[in-house]
Design a protein around this ligand. Sequence first.
Ligand code: HEM
Ligand SMILES: *[C@@H]1O[C@H](CO)[C@@H](O)[C@H](O)[C@H]1NC(C)=O
Ligand SMILES: *[C@@H]1O[C@H](CO)[C@@H](O)[C@H](O)[C@H]1NC(C)=O
Ligand SMILES: *[C@@H]1O[C@H](CO)[C@@H](O)[C@H](O)[C@H]1NC(C)=O
Ligand SMILES: *[C@@H]1O[C@H](CO)[C@@H](O)[C@H](O)[C@H]1NC(C)=O
Ligand SMILES: *[C@@H]1O[C@H](CO)[C@@H](O)[C@H](O)[C@H]1NC(C)=O
Ligand SMILES: *[C@@H]1O[C@H](CO)[C@@H](O)[C@H](O)[C@H]1NC(C)=O
Ligand SMILES: *[C@@H]1O[C@H](CO)[C@@H](O)[C@H](O)[C@H]1NC(C)=O
Ligand SMILES: *[C@@H]1O[C@H](CO)[C@@H](O)[C@H](O)[C@H]1NC(C)=O
Ligand SMILES: *[C@@H]1O[C@H](CO)[C@@H](O)[C@H](O)[C@H]1NC(C)=O
Length: 327
Amino acid sequence: MCSSLFSSLSNFNSFKLQCCLFWVLIGVVSAQLSSNFYSSSCPNALSTIQSAVQSAVKNESRMGASLLRLHFHDCFVNGCDGSILLDDTTNFTGEKNAGPNANSVRGFEVIDTIKSQVENVCAGVVSCADILAVVARDSVVALGGPSWTVLLGRRDSTTASQSAANSNIPAPTLNLSQLITTFSNKGFTTQELVALSGAHTIGQARCTSFRTHIYNETNINSTFATSLQANCPFNGGDNNTSSLDKTSSTRFDNAYFTNLLSLEGVLHSDQQLFNGNNGTTDSLVSSYSSSSSTFFNDFSNAMIKMGNMSVLTGSNGEIRSNCRKTN
Ligand code: HEM
Ligand SMILES: *[C@@H]1O[C@H](CO)[C@@H](O)[C@H](O)[C@H]1NC(C)=O
Ligand SMILES: *[C@@H]1O[C@H](CO)[C@@H](O)[C@H](O)[C@H]1NC(C)=O
Ligand SMILES: *[C@@H]1O[C@H](CO)[C@@H](O)[C@H](O)[C@H]1NC(C)=O
Ligand SMILES: *[C@@H]1O[C@H](CO)[C@@H](O)[C@H](O)[C@H]1NC(C)=O
Ligand SMILES: *[C@@H]1O[C@H](CO)[C@@H](O)[C@H](O)[C@H]1NC(C)=O
Ligand SMILES: *[C@@H]1O[C@H](CO)[C@@H](O)[C@H](O)[C@H]1NC(C)=O
Ligand SMILES: *[C@@H]1O[C@H](CO)[C@@H](O)[C@H](O)[C@H]1NC(C)=O
Ligand SMILES: *[C@@H]1O[C@H](CO)[C@@H](O)[C@H](O)[C@H]1NC(C)=O
Ligand SMILES: *[C@@H]1O[C@H](CO)[C@@H](O)[C@H](O)[C@H]1NC(C)=O
């Protein structure tokens, strides 16, 4: 940055150095997340969140999946800024009623409970965006998946965008090249797309999200399609749900990838990752199916990267006192 700014002053080496040090320091002060962000301001934040996630998942195992998805749908829409948590009001349109979220995303009451518990231990310190990032990790761990160090220091948005939610969250009707483009536009490699899609090893999808795939498509095992049709009629039953991973929908494992190898992906978009053409994503699916440690490692790294998308730091944004509304 500095070298291009001052390239015409190339003789003034010490000036350039000072300039760069200045920007590096600003970066440290305001722009970067860090793992110890709350270690003095709220030392009990992480343990408070972890116990609350454990009890929510113990009460209802699907909740772990729902909470993980909230972080994804937050980050892909103008960054990880808690925007998905803002309620619609008469004079504010948020993201909850965007197409990919309406009648689909869930877990808001659990986030409310966690936020109030965290406010009780240190008021006005921990952002809703950070709570979502920690909750996503703790949910994966609670269901037997990998752990990773969550970087912290995000602040909460004062805005939300229903139109950005409609256009930035990938739809299950996308084909492989559209999925690759969607993730590439957000800075993710094809490998990261495949690793992150492994989140569908937990949780449920509604009939409306996979009806076309089980009635009108051929890249699905016909026995499997018939079994899903029992709970997803051609007409009606839009809200009936099926597990995204038929073998272990409440265990975070690599069975999602094994399912894809036998043409048992539930969503059209899932099966796009393995389409029998020996392409890049086919190899990745095979590799994750044969090594859960490779999957866990790549998933963890991709989650850290996802959690870093366009974050608000320093004095940008705010620390909401109620995740559902701006201060
Ligand atoms: C690759 C593109 C993706 C597409 C097209 C996609 C699409 C979907 C759809 C359609 C559902 C079912 C929603 C419903 O029917 O109500 C779903 C569920 C889910 N998604 Fe994705 N998703 C993608 C990537 C991701 C990523 C990257 C994550 C997290 C890292 C994720 C986590 C989940 C989870 C955990 C569920 C189950 C939620 C629950 O049971 O409440 N998805 N996804
Ligand atoms: C437990 O889960 C059920 C749904 O299975 C839900 O209705 C209930 O509110 C949950 N209870 C708590 C304390 O979270
Ligand atoms: C929205 O409406 C509420 C209630 O009418 C009011 O208190 C609030 O100030 C309004 N917010 C904005 C941003 O106009
Ligand atoms: C599905 O559930 C939502 C509420 O979550 C409801 O508004 C909608 O009418 C239901 N759709 C059908 C087809 O039952
Ligand atoms: C994917 O979908 C886009 C948009 O419908 C289309 O232009 C493209 O040809 C499709 N790609 C493949 C490989 O099917
Ligand atoms: C399946 O394809 C037929 C013929 O193109 C179409 O009429 C029908 O609406 C499709 N059904 C679903 C569930 O996609
Ligand atoms: C589809 O799955 C069934 C049940 O697992 C299996 O018996 C059958 O061989 C599979 N069919 C194909 C074409 O792979
Ligand atoms: C799914 O939807 C159909 C049609 O609305 C309904 O008859 C059926 O009972 C539902 N199945 C389940 C398991 O809820
Ligand atoms: C994929 O690779 C395998 C093993 O190298 C080969 O037998 C098969 O014909 C290939 N399939 C396609 C569609 O290229
Ligand atoms: C997070 O993003 C910032 C700014 O884009 C970048 O400098 C930093 O290296 C990223 N950190 C991680 C862990 O991805």
